[in-house]
Design a protein around this ligand. Structure first.
Ligand code: SF4
Length: 348
């Protein structure tokens, strides 16, 4: 199929769900968007019931279970939205959510109540101008982070227009895009899109969201190389997900893959309390153990920052286990990557 798979019937035809699952998945589809792009379909092994790519994108009846802890706006975007399309949580940066559409819909999405055909849609030109005017009026804003939805679904023409408006804001220095496009629709990363990204004359970062090393295939690597060769810096973001990457070998291969592609590993997100996603969540303790296990095992260049978005909109907190503790005598106990403990400073 050379267009995205979007319906329960198409999922069944592709062999991603059984005929007996169509009714449950139709109930899921009433609430949450579905899309599997051709590039993602090509990564899925339909004969593997535990395929880590399929698990990320193929809906299941487990999404019909919402637990008491889960909430529609798990990271509190709405609490910090002074004008439509802007989230201003930290003093020196804002999110600009110009679009709430994605080329694929991740089953664990933290904004699943906002994205998709029934979501918040795309900002009107007037709303976008108001959002950009907000950035222009706040001189403390050093960085704008385009997220959504996936901002790289916008046409190069619309992206270029937006970037030219951002170019006029003197105090704005960094424009960052959060996207899955280089992995899930790599054909979009062409000369026109790259020219649009570079149209603002600011320093541009692209954060690639990828969760499994199989997403870093030849097409993804070529798309990222096009961006980086054009002067765009890249960082990564990954969500820690049960049954997909809660495995030290998988995480190590993924982080090494990013570095090999000249992408600096950045965030490893603890999964948010989005509705219908409890089947993806690992415990904080498991996440800390996995992250601690990466120390020593892979290069320092490959270490992501393990973070939790505090529910309610209180921002991000690093939750990596500490390797140093005070002893109470003015000295510290430091743990090495093998678990050995050492006094610091050492006895003289
Ligand atoms: S691409 Fe991002 S915003 Fe879109 S469904 Fe996936 S996690 Fe959500």
């Amino acid at each position: 199929m050379n267009r995205p798979i979007r319906t329960p019937q198409e999922l069944a035809q592709a062999g991603y769900i059984g005929a007996g699952e169509v009714d449950d998945v139709a109930r899921v589809a009433e609430r949450y968007a579905i899309a599997i792009s051709p590039a993602v379909a090509a990564m899925i092994d339909p004969t593997d019931p535990d395929d880590p790519i399929a698990r990320q994108f193929v809906p299941s009846a487990a999404e019909l279970v919402t637990t008491a802890l889960e909430r529609d706006d798990p990271i509190g975007d709405l609490t910090h939205s002074p004008v439509e399309g802007i989230v201003h949580r930290y003093p020196d940066r804002v999110l600009l959510k110009a679009v709430h559409v994605c080329p694929v819909y991740c089953r664990f999405c933290f904004r699943r109540e906002m994205v998709g055909p029934q979501g918040l849609g795309t900002l009107t030109p007037e709303a976008l101008d108001k959002a950009i005017a907000y950035i222009a009026a706040h001189e403390e804003i050093w960085e704008v982070i385009l997220t959504g939805g996936d901002p790289l679904v916008l046409s190069p023409r619309r992206l270029g227009e937006m970037m030219q408006k951002l170019a006029q804001i003197e105090h704005l220095k960094i424009v960052r895009f959060h996207t899955r496009v280089p992995a899930v629709e790599p054909e979009r990363i062409d000369d026109a899109l790259i020219s649009a990204l570079n149209a603002c004359g600011k320093t541009v970062y692209v954060a690639l969201h990828a969760n499994h090393p199989r997403e870093l295939n030849a097409a993804t690597r070529a798309a990222c190389a096009r961006l980086i060769d054009a002067g765009i810096a890249m960082i990564s973001q990954t969500v820690l997900l049960k049954g997909i990457n809660n495995d030290p070998d998988v995480l190590a291969e993924l982080m090494r893959g990013f570095v090999e592609m000249r992408i600096r590993p950045y965030y490893l997100h603890h999964p948010d309390l989005a509705p219908g996603t409890s089947h993806f969540r690992v415990s904080i303790e498991e996440g800390q153990k996995l992250v601690a296990g990466l120390r020593g095992r892979i290069s320092g260049l490959c270490q992501p920052v393990y973070i939790l978005d505090i529910p309610g909109g209180h921002g991000k907190a690093e939750i990596r286990p500490s390797s140093i503790e005070p002893r109470g005598d003015g000295c510290f106990t430091v743990r090495d990557f093998r678990g050995g403990e050492h006094r610091y400073p050492p006895e003289g």
